[in-house]
Design a binder for this molecule. Structure first.
Ligand code: HEC
Length: 406
């Protein structure tokens, strides 16, 4: 029963997280596009910045933006903040349930750094806070006079951070740590800058004072940053399920490419929504960089060579491979795992018998031969030569030389 409660709580939190994220990113995309499509109109009041006409759901909308604010505050205002807060709260809950709750499997790699579970969680949490403080400091420094210079500095900071986390956490832990760090920056932009600024404007207006236009400009800068970071942060969240992306030597460089790819794609849409000629070159850049990312994920795979003379025949290689998998994997991937703290086989994958192993040749390839993802955190050692052997074995099984069809 406890197992089921645990599993369901993870599922429900994940459900909430994805829904809150969709609501947040949806409204972020919508408002940036709306902002860029505003056009002046003669009939608008003086304080209006511009308007847009839109059609949706069987009716027409006339959206007018007031900058800094309308002459008279309306009685009712809809605020957009719970989407962001909900995404963060559910995200941290999910991180705690999955990563912090089993830090030795998800965050620590003793070959990289010998830390305890508590240390891993503390470093992760402190790192998230430091990430925000540093980024916020950059936005308030003279760097922020130029959007481009700030973007470049932010890019270098994130790449260094990704590289640095790779020296502390397991590949998987480092990758997700970057996702949480970037996600937290985005939510903190809403919580600490955008909403407080907006609140000050509303308070000033209600008191009949002239609000400071700096709050509007600052809020817009942060919301633009969020807009450029959405695609990369979602890539990290999904990429954490693809071992050839996160568990390779160049995961940090792949992340750097994704930051640029995400930014140029946003640039395409932002320019298009402004009503300017769409910069089609951005897709060529995105395509080329994606090609580089694919190459890096292959280059960063375990790169030993399997010595074909070490097994006399394909059958001998087949037996050796199956034996290896059962020996190194079945303490966790069993109908009744013996690994401390595991109630059932992770992801329902059993690797206890020849039949089990042959059923999962491709999964084994991605987790063990194309990356260092399994065993998690290298808690059980596998030589790179053995990983290379499994790649050759998988090819043979897939070509019907040994295994399933024999
Ligand atoms: C110490 C326990 C442990 C050992 C040993 C272990 N695994 Fe895993 N395995 C896990 C955990 C935990 C997960 C779940 C990861 C996740 O949440 O995505 C997992 C997931 C998997 C998956 C599914 C991945 C997915 O996303 O669908 C495969 C395939 C896998 N392991 C293969 C292996 C192989 C092959 C070995 C041996 C070389 C191995 N594992 C050894 C704990 C272990």
């Amino acid at each position: 029963m406890v197992d089921y409660l645990w599993m369901w709580s993870e599922l429900v939190v994940r459900w909430v997280h994805v829904i809150a994220g969709i609501a947040w990113i949806g409204s972020s995309f919508y408002f940036i596009a709306l902002d860029l499509s505003l056009r002046p109109g003669k009939e608008l009041p003086d304080e209006a910045h511009g308007q847009a006409w839109q059609v949706h759901g069987g009716g027409f909308y006339n959206m007018v933006k007031y900058l800094v604010a309308p002459a008279k505050m309306p009685d009712e205002l809809t605020w957009f903040k719970w989407e962001a807060y909900g995404t963060w709260v559910s995200g941290i809950a999910l991180m705690s349930l999955v990563y912090y709750g089993a830090a030795s499997l998800y965050m620590i790699d003793l070959e990289i750094l010998d830390i305890t579970e508590t240390q891993a969680v503390m470093i992760s949490l402190v790192g998230i806070v430091i990430g925000w403080v540093f980024y916020d400091g950059m936005c308030r420094s003279p760097l922020s006079k130029s959007d481009l210079r700030l973007a470049l500095a932010g890019f270098v900071f994130l790449v260094l951070l990704a590289y640095g986390y790779g020296l502390i956490f397991s590949a998987r832990g480092a990758f997700m740590q970057m996702g949480v760090t970037i996600g937290t920056m985005m939510v903190a932009n809403v919580l600490m800058v955008i909403i407080p600024g907006q609140t000050k404007v509303v308070t000033a207006l209600k008191a009949g004072e002239q609000p400071d236009p700096r709050y509007g400009a600052r809020g817009k800068q942060r919301s633009l940053h969020n807009n450029y970071l959405t695609l990369p942060v979602i890539f990290v969240m999904i990429g954490g399920h693809y071992p050839a992306v996160f568990a390779t030597d160049y995961a940090w460089a792949i992340l750097a490419l994704i930051l640029v790819i995400g930014a140029v794609i946003r640039h395409f849409f932002n320019t298009k929504h402004k009503g300017l000629a769409p910069p089609w070159w951005t897709w060529i850049v995105a395509g080329l960089l994606t090609g580089c990312a694919i190459m890096l994920s292959q280059l960063g795979a375990p790169n030993a060579v399997y010595d074909r003379t070490s097994h006399a025949s394909p059958e001998a290689l087949n037996s050796a491979s199956i034996e290896l998998v059962i020996e190194r994997c079945s303490s966790c991937h069993a109908r009744e795992p013996v690994w401390d703290g595991l109630a059932f086989a992770p992801k329902g994958i059993y690797l206890e018998s020849e039949g089990d192993v042959l059923r999962h040749t491709n999964d084994i390839f991605w987790q063990v031969a194309a990356s260092h993802a399994m065993p998690p955190g290298q808690v059980i050692w596998i030589e790179d030569e053995e990983r290379a052997m499994l790649a050759v074995w998988r090819d043979m099984v897939n070509h019907g030389l040994v295994g399933r069809n024999k």
